[in-house]
Design a protein around this ligand. Structure first.
Ligand SMILES: C[S@@+](CC[C@H](N)C(=O)[O-])C[C@H]1O[C@@H](n2cnc3c(N)ncnc32)[C@H](O)[C@@H]1O
Ligand SMILES: C[S@@+](CC[C@H](N)C(=O)[O-])C[C@H]1O[C@@H](n2cnc3c(N)ncnc32)[C@H](O)[C@@H]1O
Ligand code: SF4
Length: 380
């Protein structure tokens, strides 16, 4: 029998960098054809016909900078090198400043069946502050085109908690989002990553980030508002209309199911080992063209690392951690191993144990980082 697995393809190109983003991408678009060629070679080199691929994800960077022909070429190579399921979910990330109706029709024709649209906000001032290449009008058009081209599996990315953002302003963004009725929404709390222009602004005192308690208010407001609008808060940043509209691909990350990562800066996981490719387009292409795999490094997870990772990932989700599965994997019951922390969490209503699963409440998820840290300290 085939093993179910996934493919992630990294497209490290952007028209310009957004002030908050530290995902790997470059603005030299002339490198795209050579990169596609190298990607094909990497896929061929790592081919695995015994693996049944049921999700494929084009992420970035900006996948929507590729021509539909280039996307088709990559999907054909995957089809030649892997056993792709007939009902495979194929997600494609889109920047609203790079698309039109015809492009979406072409994407549909070459086999893309889920779009993740990087809207970020419907407020032009907020978009300008973030250094996005598009306006709110273009974001609305992108959603409209996606529907007209026949996509029904659409997700929207939004960012909240930028400096000076108020509860009212964020609520306005959420209200606009739900009127467009996407079946899936990702709402990300702004993180100020070191090395980004936003971090520079912070160091110079040009911006003052929102405090933790203001962020917590926005996080809870998001969950409450989207809950009332019919969305399940199924992962800390993700919301869907029913189970059928969850991201199958990302759900696999939270379930620790193996995946292939192709391209510069892409990560792969095979149940025991994590590996990652060079975070440089030049180094990636050079290795591939010399017949080597472009792996920068790999680490085999110890049982302790797997335990931390499983707790960290599962506590992000609505369903939480399967206690029986934990005992089978680690030969110790979760309740015994973490009695003190668990008692504290249950007493303070930050979590609950139901039907053999330990999950955080909304209040608990608002304190996810410190809760995960408490578990990690106990494991190390
Ligand atoms: C890596 S981007 C790729 C999507 C596409 N390039 C775009 O921006 O339209 C995926 C998503 O991550 C989120 N993101 C990236 N950096 C972030 C940060 N520092 N804080 C919060 N969200 C972030 C954004 O919502 C973005 O749409
Ligand atoms: C921030 S999430 C956005 C998910 C989107 N909201 C959705 O529901 O489909 C996706 C980003 O994570 C990063 N990413 C995901 N899987 C990856 C992998 N295997 N290797 C490297 N980066 C990855 C990419 O930058 C990608 O743009
Ligand atoms: S958020 Fe998207 S468009 Fe902006 S720099 Fe990051 S990957 Fe590129």
């Amino acid at each position: 029998m085939c093993d179910q697995t996934s493919i992630y393809i990294h497209i490290p190109f952007c028209v310009k960098k957004c002030v908050y983003c530290d995902f790997y991408s470059k603005t030299d678009l002339s490198l795209i054809p050579g990169y596609i060629n190298a990607l094909q070679k990497e896929i061929e080199k790592r081919s695995g016909l015994k693996d049944a691929i049921d999700t494929i994800y084009f992420g970035g960077g900006t996948p929507s900078l590729l021509s539909a022909k280039e996307v088709e070429t990559l999907l054909q190579t995957i089809g030649d090198c892997f056993s792709v399921a007939s009902d495979v979910e194929v997600t494609f990330e889109v920047n609203p400043g790079t698309v039109d109706l015809n492009y979406f029709r072409e994407l549909k024709n070459v086999g893309i069946n889920r779009l993740s649209i990087g809207v970020q906000s419907f407020d032009d001032d907020k978009l300008k502050f973030l250094n996005r290449i598009h306006t709110a009008g273009q974001a609305r058009n992108a959603i409209d085109y996606a529907g007209k081209a026949g996509f029904d599996n659409i997700s929207m990315d939004l960012i909240y908690g930028i400096p000076f953002e108020t509860k009212t302003a964020w609520l306005k963004d959420l209200k606009t989002a739900v009127t467009l009725m996407p079946p899936h929404l990702s709402c990300y709390m702004l993180t100020i990553e070191s090395g980004t222009p936003l971090h520079e602004q912070l160091k110079k005192g040009v911006i003052r980030p929102l405090g933790t308690s203001d962020m917590t208010v926005l996080f809870k407001q998001t969950s409450q508002f989207l809950g009332e609008a019919g969305y399940d808060h199924y992962e800390i940043s993700n919301f869907s209309k029913g189970r059928q509209n969850r991201s199958k691909h990302n759900s696999k990350y939270w379930d620790m199911i193996p995946y292939y990562g192709f391209g510069a800066a892409a990560h792969s996981y095979d149940k025991k080992t994590r590996s990652w490719n060079y975070r440089s387009i030049d180094a990636y292409i050079k290795d591939i063209c010399s017949g080597r795999l472009p792996v920068e490094d790999r680490e085999t997870l110890t049982s302790r690392q797997t335990m931390i990772e499983m707790i960290m990932l599962r506590l992000r989700t609505l369903e939480g951690l399967d206690l029986k599965k934990f005992t089978t994997l680690f030969c110790v019951s979760f309740e015994t191993r973490f009695k003190d922390i668990l008692d504290h969490i249950l007493e303070s209503s930050f979590g609950s144990v139901k039907d053999g699963r330990f999950a955080l409440t909304l209040e608990g998820r608002a304190h996810l980082d410190s809760i995960v840290e408490a578990f990690a300290e106990k494991i190390l």
